[in-house]
Ligand binder design. Structure first.
Ligand code: ZN
Length: 432
């Protein structure tokens, strides 16, 4: 029960990638992890726990073994979700002040209409000493993107095409209302509005995570993709017993929804740089690193599609997972998912020993699927990898739906992934 609430709390807290990262850092600090800065020297001790951030929106945490590192167990997820980024404030139209936004990621546009929204992200503030970054989130029902009345849009139920520049711009307030910069300045700790130099702000639905169904079997929340996996794998990472020979790594990267090609995304060097520094700091060699990499196991955890009860025809009849029936292993012949026979067998065996059910996801042969971060991360870390996730509905809607029981399955499966003492005994051979 507590672990479920803890994941729902993470979903509520992660209103922007920066807030999701801050919440992860808060949990890591509470568990005794030491913060490292990429810009500073690192002196690491065997057996100790550390974390590091990049861009304030990606986090890597690691638990070092007492013995020299022979392998790594790494679980990755992403901090971002499709939303709208705020370009300008103070656009005047028809007696209203609007914010001007631009789409971030592939959202279901209509799901953002007619619901209370706010802004969340970071602002950069001028201080006496220089500049500094501060998190902001206006904790109030602040914005709305109103639908066009059906009387002006008779075809709205016949397949509407949305123009984000026209249809999806949020109303901030009436003419003459409190200036947006003034509101931001008080959210940023009370600086002068003129000291706010720049921002990275996104829109966030005000909807909190709620359970639904006769016994609360499902839950709805914004950002289930992928904060459910981020929070679940973090819980596993914090409570896992640990294999004396393996370094345990947890990562939440940014910008998956826009292709991961940023320095804080899976195509960036954050993970490779961090692991390289860990090995160097512990006096290990490049050969030690290559050896450990080959003996490692990486989980790329990002949610998948449950069979939709109103549209079962969209899913493959034999490979469609359903909510509350276990962790999903994602497979794709074109290798958009990293799963192969060896990594799938290894993970299935770990889950079988832990008593966690698994399901399989593969697309219909006539439908291209989505992509995720694992295969992109594989460009800079060539360790055996597997794509997993949990089955959810309404992916990339402003508010998504998933199964409560699956949260526990994910936490137990990933905890077993971290702590089961298995070792690579050769290419494609593992001993438990
Ligand atoms: Zn995702």
């Amino acid at each position: 029960m507590d672990e479920i609430q803890s994941v729902l709390d993470f979903l509520d807290a992660g209103v922007s990638p920066w807030h999701a990262a801050a919440e992860a850092c808060r949990r890591l600090e509470a568990a005794g992890f030491t913060r490292l800065e990429e810009s500073q020297p690192w002196e690491l001790s065997p057996g100790a726990r550390y974390y590091v951030t990049r861009n304030g929106s990606a986090v890597l945490a690691f638990r070092l073994p007492e013995e020299p590192i022979r392998a790594m167990r790494i679980a990755l997820s992403h901090s971002d979700a499709p939303t709208w980024r705020v370009k300008n404030a103070g656009v005047e139209k028809a007696g209203c002040i609007l914010l001007q936004t631009e789409g971030y990621g592939g959202m279901i546009m209509s799901s953002w209409l007619d619901r209370p929204l706010t802004v969340a992200g970071r602002v950069v503030v001028r201080t006496a000493e220089g500049i500094e970054t501060r998190l902001v989130c206006a904790d109030q029902d602040l914005l709305v993107i109103p639908s066009l009345a059906i009387h002006f849009d008779r075809g709205v139920n016949d397949g509407r095409k949305w123009d984000p520049q026209v249809d999806l711009q949020p109303i901030y307030g009436p003419m003459g209302c409190r200036a947006f910069a003034d509101l931001l300045a008080s959210e940023a700790g009370g600086c002068a509005p003129s000291d706010i130099l720049t921002w990275d702000l996104c829109l966030a639905p005000r909807q909190k995570a709620v359970r639904l169904g006769p016994a609360g079997e499902f839950f709805m929340s914004p950002r289930i993709d992928d904060l459910e996996c981020a929070a679940g794998t973090l819980a596993s990472f914090l409570e896992a017993g640990g294999d004396a020979r393996a370094a345990l790594v947890w990562g939440m990267l940014d910008n998956e929804e826009v292709g991961s090609s940023t320095r804080q995304g899976a195509q960036g060097t954050f993970l490779a740089d961090t692991l390289g520094r860990v090995f160097e700091s512990l006096g290990l060699t490049r050969a030690d690193f290559c050896r450990a990499q080959a003996a490692s196991f990486v989980l790329s955890a990002d949610n998948g599609h449950a069979v939709h009860p109103n549209h079962p025809e969209k899913s493959d009849p034999k490979n469609g997972p359903t909510m509350n029936n276990g962790v999903v292993i994602k497979e794709n012949a074109s290798q958009k998912y990293t799963t192969d026979a060896v990594t799938a067998a290894l993970f299935r065996e770990i889950c079988r020993r832990a008593g966690v059910p698994v399901q399989r996801f593969a697309n219909r042969a006539d439908l291209p699927g989505g992509s995720t971060l694992g295969n992109l991360q594989g460009h800079s870390l060539a360790a055996p990898m597997l794509d997993i996730g949990l089955a959810q509905l309404a992916m990339h809607s402003a508010v998504e739906t998933a199964g409560v029981e699956d949260i526990g399955y994910l936490i137990r499966a990933v905890r077993a992934f971290y702590q089961t003492p298995f070792a690579c005994a050769g290419d494609g051979v593992y001993r438990f």
